[in-house]
Design a protein around this ligand. Structure first.
Ligand code: SF4
Length: 201
């Protein structure tokens, strides 16, 4: 069983504390996994993000651009949700202005019918999202790095599944919390308590 989220020790961070019982760091064999960082592509990404993770001065957008630049990614694909079109336009403008070539694909590309494909009748929203097409269009455009901008839960999963280029998530959608799911985490003991920990019958 993997239980790192329940661990308060974090001895794996090198803090000198004893490893807890059953700790995967203490009991595992990581030689082969660690050797994968030396593979071409992985080494660049791990090195650049290693530097960025100790520099606390960059916004996420700046970090994304520095990551792309450091890895030699010139063409960035934006996979965005129609509900975040305005935000995607600004993000595209920022990337372009800073010298990246961009390709952008909206979630409704191809206009797939919810009724025909999923059998779901929804007059208000008859067109389903199309993350597989988003990924394949960016694959065809041969992007170096794909960036997710607010795709729905599950649509992001499908997009990542089909994306050939490595993926980074810039924006996560949260329809209630202004796209900030951690807002719920910080309120889990008060305003969100009944939602996240409903009384069990
Ligand atoms: S690897 Fe071990 S020490 Fe680190 S968080 Fe997981 S259980 Fe805790």
């Amino acid at each position: 069983m993997l239980f790192c989220a329940k661990c308060q020790v974090h001895a794996c961070s090198g803090n000198g504390k004893p490893f807890p019982k059953g700790c995967p760091t203490a009991e595992g064999n990581f030689e082969e996994l660690h050797s994968r960082y030396l593979e071409k592509g992985n080494l660049e990404m791990a090195t650049v993000s290693g530097y960025l993770s100790t520099d606390y001065t960059n916004t996420r957008i700046e970090e994304t651009m520095k990551f792309a630049e450091g890895c030699g990614f010139k063409k960035i694909g934006l996979a965005f949700c129609i509900a975040l079109s305005e935000e995607a336009a600004v993000i595209e403008r920022i990337f372009s202005y800073n010298g990246f070539e961009t390709e952008s694909v909206i979630c409704k590309i191809g206009s797939p019918s919810k009724k025909e494909i999923l059998g779901i009748e929804n007059d208000k929203a008859p067109i389903m999202c199309n993350p597989i097409a988003q990924a394949e269009y960016l694959n065809k455009a041969k992007t170096d790095l794909n960036v997710v901008v607010g795709l729905c839960v599950g649509h992001d999963t499908l997009f990542i599944k089909y994306s050939q280029a490595p993926v980074s998530v810039l924006v996560v959608k949260d329809r209630v919390l202004a796209h900030n799911p951690l807002g719920g985490v910080y309120m889990c003991d008060n305003f969100m308590k009944n939602r996240f920990f409903p009384e069990k019958k």
